[in-house]
Design a protein around this ligand. Structure first.
Ligand code: URQ
Ligand code: ZN
Ligand code: ZN
Length: 500
């Protein structure tokens, strides 16, 4: 049983998004009780973690996972147990997964199904976004119920996956209006599904059936167009929008353009787009190429990861997830003769923190405070669970990672905790690793060992109207409404249109 005695983390440097300070941290009953030096009244039987020379940070929050997702004829191989155990192993102490039901299914029933799967298995706290994969008065109504009664404040709409999840522009507008009405944030999968449908068919007709066809049928302009279209639609109904899995320069530039025009938009690059690229689709090994197939695809421009990391470091992109949705070789092989049947999805939940530290902090692009912001704090703020999560502060949950900036590890499917038999970061050497991970005050990772309690994670409800999301929206509602011009009526001549 993972140790849950009172816990004293001694000798470390606490790193929050806004400051770093040498301080000890005392936790009891899953809550942070004291932060500082010379702490008082520490019980004799408290477990002591020596954090000398280490950084003490808020546990990572992965904003985007799909554990055991039924998808493209199979089910993602990492489930809520293996996926959250792997998350903890990598320093992530909360995941945000997606309820993703087929068209014409009740969102409420799908939510209950996902709760049933997750509650029994999660080893760390979790929350759920809900996919809006079809539109009707019932969907509209159920979105309200999910916000009022089920702790949901985020909905994902798709501009891709034609005939499966995709919504038309008029449906997107209505779903965005509904999100605005109920104080939710609208998330979008931004790719033009009609172009993908047409162009992928052409690829197959040309005999291009391999993973390279998956990228060539939907180049980054197809992601960029849909990204700016979604931002435009949302802005016209004064709805805050969140672009999930930003995979390309084109999508990132659309996010920046939207921000420059004053839109309330958040961009989420993921471990994959920050840590690797689409040249892998041209690898001679089919399994290797297929192992990188996801939507939107990784991009063959090898400068993309560094470009996205620069934007993340400077705040043009906002926070990170992984879109973890894993499939073994024998599942990916469903598409061995036609890339359109390769189940889309890659790993990331275990390696996100190390990849972003390696590519972001070790390279000098961002400092540890910004690292905390993009891996934990901003997620807590955008999804309205701050300061319960996302900060080392008295009263916050004891979700903590003790980080050794000097330790090194090499990422490999041979040693990772995930269930999947492939790792898109295979062989990546990382300096900077989580050495102790604490979830709800329980030490789950220590001395290279992972000890978790299946099912002990909690569903974390989220209230609507997150301040960082809605403060500008509310202000615009008050002061930016269209106003009519009072004028004398026109009394001059009017032509007569001859009747047909
Ligand atoms: O589109 C998503 O986010 C889900 C279906 C996971 N798969 C993927 O390739 N991104
Ligand atoms: Zn998506
Ligand atoms: Zn996803």
């Amino acid at each position: 049983m993972a140790d849950r005695r009172p816990l004293l983390i001694k000798g470390g440097t606490v790193v929050n998004s806004d400051c770093k300070v040498k301080a000890d941290v005392y936790c009891e009953d899953g809550i942070i009780k004291q932060v500082g030096l010379d702490l008082k009244d520490i019980p004799a039987d408290a477990k002591v973690v020596d954090a000398t020379g280490k950084l003490v940070m808020p546990g990572g929050i992965d904003t985007h996972t799909h554990m055991q997702l039924p998808f493209m004829g199979t089910v993602a191989i990492d489930d809520f147990y293996t996926g959250t155990r792997a998350a903890l192993a990598g320093g992530t102490t909360m995941i945000m997964d997606f309820v993703l039901g087929p068209k014409n299914e009740s969102l409420l029933q799908m939510y209950d199904r996902w709760r049933g799967w997750a509650d029994a298995k999660v080893c760390c706290d979790y929350s759920l976004h809900v996919g809006v994969t079809w539109w009707s008065p019932q969907v509209r109504e159920e979105m309200g119920t999910l916000v009022r009664e089920k702790g949901v404040n985020s909905f994902k709409m798709f501009l891709a996956y034609k005939d499966v999840f995709m919504l038309r522009d008029d449906e997107l507008l209505q779903s965005f209006e509904r999100c605005k009405e109920i104080g939710a944030i609208a998330q979008v999968h931004a790719e033009n599904g009609d172009i993908i449908h047409t162009q992928s068919k052409k690829m197959i007709e040309m005999g291009i059936t391999g993973p390279e066809g998956h990228e060539m049928c939907r180049p980054e302009i197809v992601e960029g167009e849909a990204t700016f279209r979604a931002i435009t639609l949302a802005s016209q109904v004064n709805c805050p929008i969140y672009i999930v899995h930003v995979m390309s320069k084109s999508a990132a530039q659309a996010v920046m353009r939207g921000k420059e025009m004053g839109c309330v938009v958040f961009g989420e690059p993921i471990a994959a787009s920050l840590g690797t690229d689409g040249t892998n689709y041209w690898n001679k090994c089919w399994r290797h190429g297929a192992g990188h197939v996801m939507g939107p695809p990784l991009r063959p421009d090898p400068t993309t990861p560094s470009y996205l990391m620069n934007l993340l470091a400077k705040g043009d992109l906002d926070l990170t997830g992984t879109d973890n949705c894993t499939f073994n070789a024998n599942q990916k092989a469903l598409g061995k003769d036609d890339f359109r049947s390769i189940p889309n999805g890659v790993n990331g939940v275990e390696d996100r923190m190390c990849v972003i530290w390696e590519k972001g902090v070790s390279t000098g692009k961002m400092d540890p405070c910004r690292f905390v912001e993009v891996t934990s704090t901003m997620a807590a703020r955008v999804f309205n669970i701050y300061p319960q999560k996302g900060v080392i502060r008295v009263g916050s949950d004891a979700d903590i990672v003790v980080w050794d900036p000097e330790a090194v590890k090499t990422i490999s499917a041979k040693t990772h905790y995930q269930a999947v038999d492939f790792n898109i970061f295979e062989g990546m050497k990382c300096r900077g690793v989580p050495v102790v991970v604490i979830s709800q005050g329980r030490v789950c990772v220590e001395n290279g060992k992972v000890e978790v309690v299946k099912g002990c994670g909690r569903f974390i409800p989220r209230q609507p109207y997150a301040d960082v999301v809605y403060s500008r929206i509310h202000q615009r509602d008050k002061t930016c409404q269209p106003q009519k011009v009072e004028r004398e009526p026109y009394t001059g001549p009017v032509i007569q249109i001859p009747s047909q």
